[in-house]
Design a protein around this ligand. Structure first.
Ligand code: SF4
Length: 210
């Protein structure tokens, strides 16, 4: 049976076209996984939103790798010309939060249930902060990667939006050549491009994932 897939890029196009053209830009809490993925998404979305980039990634191991990815995000934002304001915030770094959700799923290949829980862990934090601080929208850069499940990411985002009352900005950033553009921007800004997704399990497969 064919899966009924939603085109979330089209959903995003529809929302962006309906945003008011005048007045202060709406606020977006954007979860960021790394600088390369953030590059294209910031170039694209900072035309429409005032953005707070939330680096909340307790899945990343080891700690020096986490620090390096965060520093690259900060450097990118300081160097890139962006239309509206973009500020970077580091979330908590408590690797035990990731270990807890991954328990029992350590041996599952990348792209399975462990990853879905990892998406939710990070999106839940973003949704909660967006709610507490009154953001208009929340979103994540994660859908730009061809290895991330955009359907699942958007299903989780929509569910959290229903729970928190903050609007989810749907996305599938790899469409419209977003992933290719992120590679061009990564070269232009000489960004560190990791060769594994983030957790210790994906590190064991380094070279086969991004
Ligand atoms: S492979 Fe990536 S998305 Fe999946 S659990 Fe590990 S860090 Fe999270």
């Amino acid at each position: 049976m064919l899966e009924n897939r939603v085109n979330y890029q089209r959903e995003l196009d529809r929302i962006l076209a309906a945003l008011p053209e005048n007045g202060a830009p709406p606020t977006l809490l954007l979860h960021a996984c790394c600088a390369p993925c953030s590059s294209y998404v910031l170039e694209y979305l900072s035309r429409y939103f005032s953005i707070t980039l939330l680096f909340y990634n307790p899945n990343i191991s080891p700690a020096p790798e986490y620090d390096h990815r965060l520093e690259e995000v900060r450097r990118l934002v300081s160097e890139m010309p962006l239309k509206n304001s973009v500020t970077v915030e580091a979330g908590r770094y408590e690797p035990s939060e990731f270990t807890a959700i991954a328990r029992g799923l350590e041996r599952i290949p990348e792209g399975g249930e462990r990853c879905f829980r990892c998406y939710e862990l990070r999106l839940r934090e973003a949704a909660q902060i967006a709610k507490e601080r009154g953001f208009d929208w929340f979103c994540t850069t994660l859908s730009i990667s061809p290895l991330k499940n955009a359907q699942k990411l958007n299903e989780i985002g929509l569910r959290l939006a229903a729970e928190t009352g903050v609007r989810w900005l749907p996305s599938d950033f790899k469409k419209k050549e977003g992933f290719k553009r992120s590679i061009v921007l990564s070269e232009e800004y000489n960004l560190y491009r990791q060769n594994y997704c983030g957790c210790v399990y994906s590190k064991a497969l380094a070279g086969k994932s991004v």
